[in-house]
Design a protein around this ligand. Structure first.
Ligand SMILES: Nc1ncnc2c1ncn2[C@@H]1O[C@H](COP(=O)(O)OP(=O)(O)OP(=O)(O)O)[C@@H](O)[C@H]1O
Ligand SMILES: [Mg+2]
Length: 227
């Protein structure tokens, strides 16, 4: 018996006013898979990811999560789906009035974890990501790469069902970028968390065997080695 895909896009189109970004996109994200999304600047990668999380509504088409059409969802159903997602936003969405610790604690607070659990998890994840010493700094006191690690820590701290990572290695040096990719890959392999990662780093993508797609001229297609 084939498993229902975690996410399934059927004939999805998106236009912002008259600017058509995606046309008739079809995509299957199986449960437990790692999927890359490539494409030039402005191609529509972030738009596609935001439609999967429910933040942006498609102009046409259906998006199914475990067989249910999320384009019809609102309120609590949408909020429940969002809670299953660890999202690494391309733009900086850290709360500037909260410390690193408090930013990373946020998803655990939403999941109503105890203070003790929150402390243990946040401290350990910050250590894993090499920013343990920045726990009580504010986002404005961090470098771009450090902020990106905080965003990643916040995305993975609550054991999400799926990680949507929008260019999570964009501001990092090649060695750190490789480390972050390895971390996502091991979360996928050992914990079975599904990952969708948008990136410009096609060299990194070409070294893996993960299914990869490219958005080009409004069309989503399997990536075959060039963008
Ligand atoms: N909220 C919005 N309102 C209007 N146009 C938008 C909006 N968001 C994105 N766009 C436009 O849609 C197109 C695709 O943008 P998107 O952010 O999805 O590209 P991208 O592939 O993620 O690019 P990058 O690699 O630079 O992050 C661009 O032309 C952009 O200007
Ligand atoms: Mg983008």
């Amino acid at each position: 018996m084939t498993q229902t895909p975690l996410v399934y896009l059927s004939g999805v189109s998106k236009a912002y006013n008259n600017n058509v970004v995606l046309r008739q996109a079809d995509l299957v994200i199986p449960q437990g898979s790692f999927t890359f999304l490539l494409g030039h600047t402005g191609a529509g990668k972030s738009t596609l990811l935001k439609m999967i999380s429910g933040e942006v509504k498609p102009t046409k088409g259906k998006i199914y999560v475990k067989g249910q059409d999320i384009t019809r969802w609102s309120g609590s159903k949408k909020a429940n789906w969002r809670r299953c997602i660890g999202y690494v936003f391309q733009e900086d969405r850290l709360l500037t009035y909260r410390t690193v610790y408090e930013n990373v604690a946020l998803p655990l607070e939403i999941h109503e974890c105890s203070r003790r659990q929150i402390k243990d998890k946040v401290i350990s994840i910050l250590k894993v990501l090499g920013i343990g010493s920045k726990a009580y700094a504010y986002p404005d006191e961090l470098s771009g790469g450090e902020k990106q690690r905080v965003s990643l820590a916040r995305a993975i701290v609550a054991n999400p069902e799926i990680i949507i990572a929008d260019e999570p290695t964009a501001q990092l040096d090649p060695i750190t970028a490789q480390e972050i990719f390895s971390l996502l890959s091991s979360l996928n392999q050992s914990a079975g968390i599904s990952v969708i990662m948008a990136t410009h780093e096609w060299e990194l993508v070409s070294k893996t065997k993960y299914p990869s797609y490219v958005v080009r001229d409004g069309l989503l297609m399997p990536w075959e080695g060039s963008i």
